[in-house]
Design a protein around this ligand. Structure first.
Ligand SMILES: [Zn+2]
Length: 473
């Protein structure tokens, strides 16, 4: 008798990652990571096509279009043994890589582990699972797990797309954008539904919701998006049923204030008691609606704020120090449609006409001693009217110290033992007019810090003074 060794679970393929769009280091960008679920090995090309369509759809849509440089996009490929579309016997579970046929695996541990095998924990991530399944719907969830910077996840069924892309591609794109609104921005659905508020219930009873774009509040001055509401718009905002535009068409909801932000009843899957900011919005009408409505002003603002919560344009800094010149630099992502306002300050005075990403400072220009160099970066986008966290006004500050001329105390053109003995004589003393030149770091004492600076210069022939820069605070 021969024993055959066979494993019911064949060795899993090792996932691979492909760069789809890279605009900067992962730590300074929002990293959208697609993952394949229920695609079999022969469907690799199909998966990457689905990723390409999703990416294109997302970054052609406001505000991701304007802020595309704030994002990186990657695609992780892992083949499944079964497709949901393949002939799995009735009652048998298809063997898929992430193993959850429901498709809503975007926050599962395996998804997170798979992503983190490629992207380190400091890199903010939105996971987007493409589920090769006709039956799977779509979902997106914003994560509060800020500890590991997993911002959120979404999953989307792509099976339908493979039947007739001409019909289904626009719906698929809009689904991706809508779910991304949930996953990145923590936005709520703005559509009506069958839920009913219990008597006395308000949004404070829904603690799990961030409720950025939906509310139960009907007092104008307390509406969280009141800064977008035109005073002429009635609260709540009236709507009416409009006549069908074509014979045989259906009545549809319209409003005299359709292009304004107001307080429209019907949101968060409730017909009554919950309100939304606008008649139409990507968070309401997608994906079943054939038209393509943009995000309303309130959702758009929340998305831009979240982008800046994750991406600090002053985070990537550089300092290049030479003997006499120091170049301070930042490397912010740049919006596609406008420039960031950049302002440099030395010792809290604005450096005139200096709006670029870098500032050159010379020792003679700022003089000996301790200084500050600050750069402020402001995004003045009209997409944001209220920024209570100050996310769009960022700054970084360095503390350069310009030392006295090199410690050639004896004046013989060299830093040598003559100078060391002179230094040793004053070591430990306080600063005075006589000892001042030995206080190399300008802290008021002649101590070991000065000795280390002296030691750095020992044996050298430095003709100019030096600038040293402390790390940004
Ligand atoms: Zn909205």
């Amino acid at each position: 008798m021969v024993l055959c060794w066979s494993s019911s679970a064949a060795a899993e393929e090792v996932p691979t990652i492909t760069t789809v769009m890279e605009n900067g280091p992962g730590a300074y960008r929002i990293n959208v990571v697609f993952l394949s679920e229920a695609y079999v090995a022969s469907q690799r090309e199909t998966y990457f096509n689905d990723v390409a369509v999703a990416t294109e759809g997302l970054f052609q849509f406001t505000p991701f279009k304007e802020y595309r440089n704030y994002f990186n996009v990657y695609a992780i490929w892992a083949a499944s043994q079964d497709s949901f579309l393949s002939n799995v016997a009735w009652g048998e579970e298809p063997r898929t890589y992430f193993g959850e046929p429901g498709g809503l695996t975007s926050s599962s541990e395996k998804v997170e582990q798979t992503v983190r095998a490629f992207l380190t924990v400091g890199n903010p991530v939105v996971a987007a699972i493409l589920v090769n399944d006709d039956r799977a719907g779509a979902g997106g969830v914003h994560s509060n797990r800020t500890r590991n910077r997993f911002i959120g996840g979404m999953s989307i069924g792509t099976g339908l797309l493979h039947h007739d892309p001409n019909i289904t591609e626009p719906i698929y794109r809009r689904t991706v954008i809508h779910e991304f609104g949930h996953a990145l921005g923590g936005l709520s659905d703005e559509y009506n539904g069958t839920l009913v508020l219990a008597p006395g219930q308000t949004e404070s009873n829904f603690l799990g919701s961030r409720a950025i774009n939906v509310t139960t509040e009907t007092r104008r001055e307390f509406i969280k998006w009141n800064h977008w509401v035109d005073p002429v718009v009635p609260i709540p905002t009236p709507v009416f049923l409009a006549q069908p535009t074509a014979p045989g068409g259906s009545f549809y909801l319209d409003s005299a204030y359709a292009d304004k932000v107001g307080l429209f009843e019907g949101a968060f899957m409730f017909d009554r008691g919950w309100y939304r900011p606008k008649l139409h919005c990507m968070m309401r009408d997608s994906p079943s609606w054939e038209g393509s409505y943009p995000f309303c002003e309130v959702c758009r603002e929340a998305l831009v704020l979240e982008i800046y919560r994750q991406v600090d344009p002053t985070a990537e800094v550089g300092v290049a120090v030479s003997d006499t010149v120091t170049v301070f630099s930042i490397n912010p992502p740049v919006p596609v449609d406008h420039n960031l306002q950049i302002q440099w300050l030395v010792d809290d005075s604005v450096v005139p006409n200096q709006f670029s990403n870098q500032l050159e400072v010379t020792d003679t220009g700022i003089g000996y001693g301790r200084h500050t160099v600050t750069v402020e970066v402001v995004d003045t986008t009209e997409f944001v009217r209220k920024d209570s966290e100050g996310l769009l006004v960022r700054s970084v500050r360095w503390q350069p110290v310009v030392f006295y001329p090199p410690p050639d105390f004896s004046g013989d053109g060299k830093v040598d033992f003559d100078d060391f003995f002179m230094f040793a004589d004053v070591f430990g003393r306080a600063k005075s007019p006589i000892t001042e030149r030995y206080d190399l770091d300008w802290d008021g004492r002649i101590d070991f810090n000065d000795f280390f600076l002296f030691a750095d210069a020992f044996g050298g022939r430095i003709s100019e003074s030096r600038i040293s820069v402390e790390l940004p605070q």
